[in-house]
Design a protein around this ligand. Structure first.
Ligand code: NDP
Ligand code: MG
Length: 391
């Protein structure tokens, strides 16, 4: 019988890579819901080609455009954030959570209630509300498969192993666009310069987050939430070639590394087929041609985001939601041009400070409502910090 699949964030980089894999064996899949936001043409084209039951745009104002694009196809159209979350409740065996940002939290949580498989690319939902998401999944019997390349690598290195024998987990970072820039020039880095990644082809936001190391900072928190290890067991190493995605160190000194080309279709395909391994259309590495792999310690002066992630983990509670909201707000400001590249981490640091002393909600019970409330307050605080800098 065909597997029922839904893709939240179908029009994005992860979504399109997922569709690439599914389209290669479309007879095996029965597509339930595809969701997007602004890219109506892509959403409609894929929904029609894959014969989805429903296509949903997060943008209410684009419902008519979507209806028009789907006209006569038999694919249902829906719009709005609520409709995106509702689409995640339509029964499916495998749901990809690949919306960018905290907007992916409510739909991801909804999908986690199904008791099937949640393929999790949306790291923001783990950073904002890891315990809530993982407990919801556990309670419903949902299998959560990591899609971030590092976490897929860790997951694979842990197969058949006892978590109690894990000493440390090392995630690699390419170093992003500014790895080799003189530190004093970072403040002048432009949007175009920050938006080009040396190794990976990804959405714009995560690409900029790679240059600032906020992506890796988020991934340190993601590692803690996904695998339940202590923060001091998680290390970051700069590895410019992005061939080793992560390493797991065990109590006998062994390090198990996951090596592969920088192609997200590996992690997506692994999450799609697990526990089986199937043929995937990714490059096979020629190690002799690669010749050498390099590593260096991450420089916390160049990348203060890593220190901020550690402070966030130490503070616990809902500081993850603050960290993410502040980061998203600072990134929005950098993209529209109101904030310099290095000011992003300063805004996040100020927001963490402000919220830890001025927000009672930080220690409230972690429910979706409380997380969204903290997210809202942190965005306000981050905006104020950004405006102050611009002024
Ligand atoms: P993209 O920016 O390429 O795509 C984001 C997707 O989310 C699009 O479908 C977009 O729709 C949709 N979207 C945007 N805003 C909203 C909203 N407010 N509500 C609902 N949907 C929305 O992102 P990526 O594919 O790069 O990343 C997706 C997630 O996966 C992120 O959490 C990222 O950190 C994670 N990830 C990505 C990797 C990659 O290689 N790209 C690697 C590891 C993790 P539209 O385009 O139609 O506007
Ligand atoms: Mg990653």
């Amino acid at each position: 019988m065909a597997r029922k699949v839904s893709i939240l964030g179908a029009t994005g980089s992860i979504g399109q890579n997922t569709i690439d894999l599914i389209s290669r064996a479309s007879q095996e899949y029965d597509v339930v819901a595809l969701t997007g936001a602004s890219n109506i043409a892509q959403l409609a084209q894929d929904a029609i080609a894959l014969k989805a039951d429903v296509a949903v745009t997060a943008r209410d104002d684009l419902l008519e455009d979507l209806r028009r694009a789907l006209d006569g196809s038999g694919v249902e159209a829906a719009a709005g954030a609520q409709a995106v979350t509702e689409s995640a409740a339509r029964p499916a065996d495998w749901i990809m959570s690949a919306i960018v940002g905290a907007a992916g939290l409510a739909p991801g949580l909804q999908a986690a209630r199904q008791g099937t498989t949640l393929a999790l690319a949306n790291k923001e939902s783990l950073v904002c509300a890891g315990p809530l998401l993982m407990e919801t999944a556990r309670g419903a019997g949902t299998k959560v498969m990591p899609v971030d390349s590092e976490h897929s690598a860790i997951f694979q290195a842990l197969i058949g192993e006892d978590l109690a024998a894990v000493e440390r987990i090392i995630i690699t970072a390419s170093g992003g666009a500014f790895r080799d820039w003189p530190i004093e020039e970072l403040a002048q880095a432009t949007l175009a310069e920050a938006s080009s990644h040396p190794n990976w082809d990804m959405g714009q936001r995560i690409t900029i987050d790679s240059a600032s190391m906020f992506n890796k900072a988020m991934e340190v928190i993601e590692t803690r939430e996904f695998f339940g290890v202590r923060p001091d067991q998680i290390e970051v190493i700069v590895h410019p070639q992005s061939m080793i995605h992560a390493l797991v160190g065990f109590s006998d000194g062994a390090l198990m590394a996951h090596v592969g080309p920088p192609d997200m279709r590996h992690a997506i395909g692994f999450a799609l087929h697990h526990p089986d391994r199937r043929h995937l259309p990714v490059e096979r590495l020629d190690l002799a041609a690669i010749g050498q792999l390099d590593f260096r310690a991450p420089d916390e002066v160049r990348w203060p985001a890593l220190r901020l992630a550690r402070e966030t983990l130490e503070a616990g509670g809902m500081m993850g939601a603050v960290f993410n909201a502040a980061k998203e707000t600072a990134l929005d400001r950098f993209i529209v041009g109101g904030l310099g590249f290095t000011e992003m981490s300063q805004v996040v640091a100020q927001t963490l400070d402000h919220m830890s002393t001025h927000c009672d909600h930080i220690d409230a019970k972690m429910t979706l409502d409380n997380v969204l409330q903290v997210d809202h307050l942190a965005r306000k605080a981050a905006k104020a910090a950004a405006v102050k800098r611009a002024g």
